[in-house]
Design a protein around this ligand. Structure first.
Ligand code: T4K
Length: 399
């Protein structure tokens, strides 16, 4: 292949249609139709209907956790979590995450304290949490990224010693296990996302998992002003209810979860095989778990070794109709809301800063034909080989 064959240089794109980046699983239409017929027959759209109840029971069994509270999405779930845990003041969390993790704190009147992440695993760096703990910190929110997990044991020990609460944004971690124990069982509670681009899709949706009866009762009352389950005194209520249509999709996708997980794992292995040896490309293996959902395919691009910056490689792939992404950019600490809080001198976040510039997400999920992985990897390998020529087509963007 020569540089002129690349779409960015005027060649034919490798794919006719866009290859999306998320999971995006669409269950069998007939099964969905039957589920919707049931909703119409019962004439019951929402408010803790039978499908939501069924989903909660199935998730409790699958995750081995006492309570699953289904919600409208994980962002609202995280806001509800802060209220149920009665958090005050500040919460320590990584900045290398989706904006919603930190903004859930703003909605709850809390202030984020950003902690750097581990350069190898991308999970919150437990050693860097301790110096950030002060009297005004009420909790640690760890984010389990990329189908991997934070060091849950070290976090538990640290939180207990400091007398702080511990909870997890596990939006990426549905179906993952740590030493045989499903994610969902750790900390005071965990919040999962069932967004369309996630491992278990409810189109929009999520759930909160906890083994604590009192927290569960509060969450069920915070979820809806009319309450559900055991009565509990709560100050604020919300509308975090999941509808029957969301639950119908989630239940169907749950049936197909194992097949989708295996497909993701095979996709990861194929990327691992075909990206091997490309200078400047490091594929991230989900860490801290005994079983991953392989929800994301994450690479770091070292521009000195690769010859193109992460953004330049994204531009090359985009022209080929490959919708690779740069989660997370910019770091949450640089977003409009939080940039004034972030003090580079007092609390530097060098790893986060670097990852925001170098991380790349590649396509994975049910809509990806696994044979296309080889095509994508060949394009990346050739982009590296022809990086000097390609830079001419990509204009003056510096590496
Ligand atoms: N915590 C963490 C760590 C998170 O990553 C997230 C969400 C949350 C909390 C909050 O969870 P939720 O409140 O969302 O439940 C996506 C998702 O919207 C978001 O759920 C996710 N994280 C975030 C990392 O990514 P985008 O902006 O990448 O999605 P979008 O619309 O660009 O879609 C991605 C690709 O998929 C595009 O190529 C379009 C395609 N697509 C998408 C949808 C939804 C389709 O072809 N069909 C579709 O139906 O945000």
């Amino acid at each position: 292949m020569t540089a002129t064959k690349f779409a960015v240089a005027g060649g034919q794109p490798a794919f006719d249609t866009q290859i999306p980046v998320g999971q995006l699983y669409f269950p069998n239409w007939e099964r969905y139709e039957a589920a919707v017929k049931g909703i119409f027959k019962r004439r019951y759209y929402t408010n803790q209907g039978p499908l939501v109840q069924e989903l909660e029971v199935q998730l409790q069994q699958m995750l081995g956790v006492k309570h699953v509270i289904c919600v409208v999405n994980a962002t609202v779930g995280l806001m509800m979590a802060a209220e149920a845990l009665e958090l005050r003041g500040k919460v320590i969390l990584p900045s290398f995450t989706f904006l919603a993790s930190a903004q859930s704190l703003s909605w709850a009147g809390l202030e984020p304290v950003f902690c750097d992440v581990n350069p190898v695993t991308h999970q919150i760096d437990v050693a860097k949490i301790k110096p950030l703990i002060t009297e005004s910190v009420s909790a640690i929110m760890a984010v389990n990224l990329w189908g991997g997990a934070s060091d849950v044991e070290a976090l538990r020990k640290l939180a207990d010693e400091a007398g702080k609460k511990l909870y997890f944004d596990s939006a990426h971690a549905f179906g993952c296990e740590i030493n045989g124990k499903r994610i969902g069982c750790f900390g005071e509670l965990e919040v999962m996302s069932f967004h369309a681009t996630k491992m278990l899709s409810a189109t929009e949706g999520g759930c909160i998992c906890t083994n604590d009866d009192a927290i569960a009762a509060k969450l069920r009352n915070i979820r809806s002003s009319y309450g559900a389950g055991a009565p509990a005194t709560v100050v604020k209520t919300s509308n975090g209810r999941m509808s029957e249509f969301q639950a119908a999709i989630a239940l169907l996708n749950l049936e197909d979860f194992e097949g989708n997980r295996t497909n993701n794992e095979n996709t990861f292995l194929k990327y691992q095989q075909h990206l091997a040896g490309i200078p400047g490309v490091r594929l991230i293996r989900p860490s801290g778990v005994s079983r991953s959902n392989y929800q994301y395919i994450v690479c770091e691009i070292n521009s000195d070794q690769f010859g193109l910056s992460r953004q330049q490689l994204l531009d090359v792939l985009k022209a080929e109709n490959i919708n690779a992404r740069r989660y997370f950019f910019p770091g949450v600490h640089k977003s409009i809301e939080f940039s004034s809080l972030y003090n580079q001198q007092n609390n530097p976040l060098p790893i986060t800063e670097s990852l925001c510039e170098t991380c790349l997400q590649l396509p994975v999920g049910a809509l990806l034909d696994i044979n296309d992985v080889e095509v994508i990897c060949d394009l990346i390998r050739n982009a590296q080989r022809h990086s000097a020529d390609l830079r001419n087509y990509l204009g003056s963007v510096s590496i």
